[in-house]
Design a protein around this ligand. Structure first.
Ligand SMILES: Nc1ncnc2c1ncn2[C@@H]1O[C@H](COP(=O)(O)OP(=O)(O)OP(=O)(O)O)[C@@H](O)[C@H]1O
Length: 502
C-alpha cells in the first residue's frame, strides 16, 4: 500500500491513499471520502486507520476530543469513527457538536460491550451506526463501507433536491439569469428570518410570487399567507380589512370582524401596492408594526398581532418619501431588506425558460403540446414585455386560444407584440400585423418610426379599452398590467373618468 503520513500535530495524523475511493460505480468519479478516527487507544486507532486506508479512504486520526475538533475544523470530514470514552471530555460532546454544526457528517460510535447503553444514548444523540469493542477488522470494514454508500446516496439525493430546486428556479420561480441566481441566494437567506422585506419592481415582474416563496421557504410556512391589495380597495375598506372592526362600528357592521393583521397568527401579511396606502393608514400601520398590536375600528381595546410583513410596490417609494406622499418612518420600517426584481427586458435569457414553463402549464390544462414557430419565438425574445411576466403569460395564453393548431404563429399574438415586430424587415411579419383580430388601425399609428414607446403604450391601452367597450378590468388583464397601473396611466393621460373611452 502506498500511503503517506502527514501529522498536523503530534496527536493527529492524515493518511492518504492513491487508490480509487470506495463504493464507486465503474467509470464514475466521486470525490474522495475523508474518515476521522478518534480514539485514545493507539493500537485501535492504527488498526482502524489501516483498514480505512486499505478501503481507499483518506484517513485522519485524533486521540482526544480536542484534537478531533481541530481536525474537523481543517479537513472536509465525511465519516467519523468515534470512541465514546476519551480523555478531555466524552465522545458524546463531540457528537453533539458535529450534529449541530455539520449535520451531514456520518458518525459511527465505538463503545465497550459493558457500556452498550451509551451506544443507545449515542444513537439517540444522532450517531449513524455503532461498533461494540472488541470488534473484528471485518466489522470495521463493513461499517465503513456501509457508511460510505450511505454518504454517496445522501450526496446524490441532496444534488437531486438542488437540481429540482434550480430546474424551476426557486419555489416555482423560473429563471436562471445571473440577476435571478443572485436573487435566489438572497431569498434563501431572508426566508429564514422574520424581518420585513420590501419587494420593488415593475408591474408583473413576479413580486407576489417572490413574497409567496419567502413565506413558503420560511419557518412559518404552515401558517397563513395573506395578500392585501392596498391599491384596489377604497381607504375605509383597507382600514377595516387590515385592522378589523367591532360590531356597530359603522352602518352595516352587524358583527365584529378580525383584521387580516391579527388573522395571520404568525403567518405572513403581504401588502401589495403599498405605495397606494393613504397617509393616515400609513400612520396606523406604522403604529401597529411598532407596537405589535392593532386597534380594530370602533374598539377601545388593542388586539395583539403576530405577523411577518412583506410589502411590494412598483412605485418609486423613496421619491414618494421625498415629496411627502409616503411616511419616511414607515419606509424605513418596511425596507429592512429590499429586493429589487428586474424587469424582463433586463433578463432576456429567462424569456425562453418562462415561455416554455407557461406552455407546460397550458399543456397540463388543455392536453395540447403547443410549440412556437421560429418567428414567434424570435419575437418573444426580442419584445420588451413592458407588462413583464404577466404580459408574457397573457400573450401566450391568448395565442394558444386563437391558434388553429399546436404551433403558435406570430399572428396569434396581441397586436402590440406583433407591432414591435413590424419594425423588422420581414414582410410576413407585417402581413401578420394586418391580420390580427384586434388590430390598431395602421393609419392611427403611422408614421411608425416617430412614435415614442410612451405613445405606443397609450395607443395600446386606449384601443384595448375602446374595443372592450370601456371594460377596464378586462383591458388590464388583456394588456398584462395590474388594474392599478391601468388607472394610474389613464390619470396620467388626463382620462381618469373619461366616458369617451367607451
Ligand atoms: N420568475 C417567474 N417564474 C414563473 N412565473 C412568474 C415569474 N414571475 C412572474 N410570474 C408569473 O407572472 C404573473 C405575475 O406575477 P406577480 O403577480 O407575482 O407579479 P407582480 O409583480 O406582483 O405584479 P403586480 O405589481 O401587477 O401586482 C403570475 O402569474 C406569476 O406566477
Amino acid at each position: 500500500m502506498e500511503s503517506k503520513v502527514t501529522p498536523p500535530s503530534s496527536t493527529s495524523s492524515t493518511i492518504t491513499d492513491n487508490r480509487p475511493a470506495p463504493s464507486r460505480a465503474a467509470g464514475e468519479r466521486q470525490p474522495p471520502v475523508h474518515v476521522l478516527i478518534v480514539d485514545d487507544d493507539q493500537p485501535v486507532r492504527s488498526a482502524c486507520a489501516e483498514i480505512a486506508a486499505s478501503l481507499g479512504f483518506i484517513v485522519h486520526t485524533a486521540d482526544s476530543v480536542q484534537t478531533g475538533r481541530a481536525v474537523l475544523a481543517h479537513h472536509p470530514i465525511d465519516i467519523i469513527l468515534l470512541d465514546l470514552k476519551l480523555p478531555g471530555g466524552s465522545g458524546l460532546t463531540l457528537l453533539e457538536e458535529v450534529r449541530a454544526k455539520q449535520p451531514d457528517v456520518i458518525v459511527i460510535v465505538m463503545t465497550a460491550f459493558a457500556t452498550v447503553s451509551s451506544a443507545v444514548e449515542a444513537m439517540r444523540t444522532g450517531a449513524t451506526d455503532y461498533l461494540t469493542k472488541p470488534f473484528t477488522l471485518e466489522e470495521v470494514s463493513t461499517v465503513l463501507e456501509r457508511s460510505s454508500q450511505r454518504r454517496v446516496f445522501d450526496v446524490e439525493s441532496r444534488n437531486l433536491r438542488e437540481k429540482l430546486r434550480t430546474d424551476s428556479g426557486m419555489g416555482g420561480i423560473v429563471g436562471h439569469s445571473p440577476v435571478m441566481e443572485k436573487l435566489y441566494r438572497i431569498l434563501s437567506k431572508v426566508s429564514t428570518t422574520s424581518h420585513p422585506v420590501l419587494i420593488l419592481g415593475e408591474s408583473g415582474v413576479g413580486k407576489e410570487l417572490i413574497a409567496r416563496s419567502i413565506h413558503q421557504n420560511g419557518p412559518n410556512a404552515s401558517k397563513p399567507f395573506i395578500p392585501v391589495d392596498c391599491g384596489s380597495l377604497v381607504p375605509t375598506l383597507i382600514e377595516s380589512e387590515l385592522f378589523g372592526y367591532v360590531k356597530g362600528a359603522f352602518t352595516g357592521a352587524n358583527r365584529s370582524k378580525t383584521g387580516l393583521l391579527a388573522a395571520a397568527e404568525g403567518g405572513t401579511v403581504f401588502l401589495d401596492e403599498i405605495g397606494e396606502l393613504p397617509l393616515d393608514l400609513q400612520a396606523k400601520l406604522l403604529r401597529a408594526l411598532q407596537e405589535k398590536e392593532v386597534r380594530p375600528v370602533g374598539a377601545t381595546q388593542a388586539v395583539p398581532i403576530q405577523a411577518r410583513i412583506l410589502a411590494a410596490t412598483n412605485r418609486d417609494l423613496l421619491a414618494m418619501v421625498e415629496t411627502g406622499r409616503f411616511r419616511k418612518d414607515l419606509y424605513f420600517r418596511l425596507n429592512v431588506v429590499t429586493l429589487r426584481i428586474p424587469p424582463l427586458r433586463e433578463r432576456r435569457a429567462d424569456i425562453p425558460l418562462l415561455a416554455a414553463h407557461i406552455l407546460d402549464n397550458l399543456q397540463r390544462q388543455t392536453g395540447t403540446a403547443f410549440t412556437f414557430s421560429d418567428d414567434a419565438l424570435r419575437m418573444i425574445v426580442e419584445y420588451d414585455w413592458p407588462g413583464n411576466v404577466r404580459e408574457l403569460e397573457n400573450a401566450i395564453e391568448r395565442a394558444c386560444a386563437l391558434s388553429s393548431g399546436p404551433v403558435l404563429h406570430l399572428a396569434d399574438f396581441p397586436t402590440q407584440v406583433q407591432y414591435h415586430n413590424a419594425h423588422a424587415t420581414n414582410p410576413t411579419d407585417t402581413m401578420a400585423l394586418s391580420a390580427a383580430p384586434e388590430e390598431i388601425p395602421l393609419g392611427s399609428i403611422a408614421p411608425q418610426a416617430v412614435l415614442s414607446i410612451a405613445e405606443l403604450e397609450k395607443q395600446a391601452i386606449l384601443n384595448t379599452i375602446r374595443q372592450l367597450k370601456g371594460d377596464k378590468l378586462m383591458a388590464a388583464k388583456l394588456l398584462g398590467i395590474g388594474k392599478t397601473t391601468l388607472y394610474r396611466k389613464l390619470k396620467e393621460y388626463g382620462l381618469g373618468s373619461d366616458a369617451s373611452l367607451m
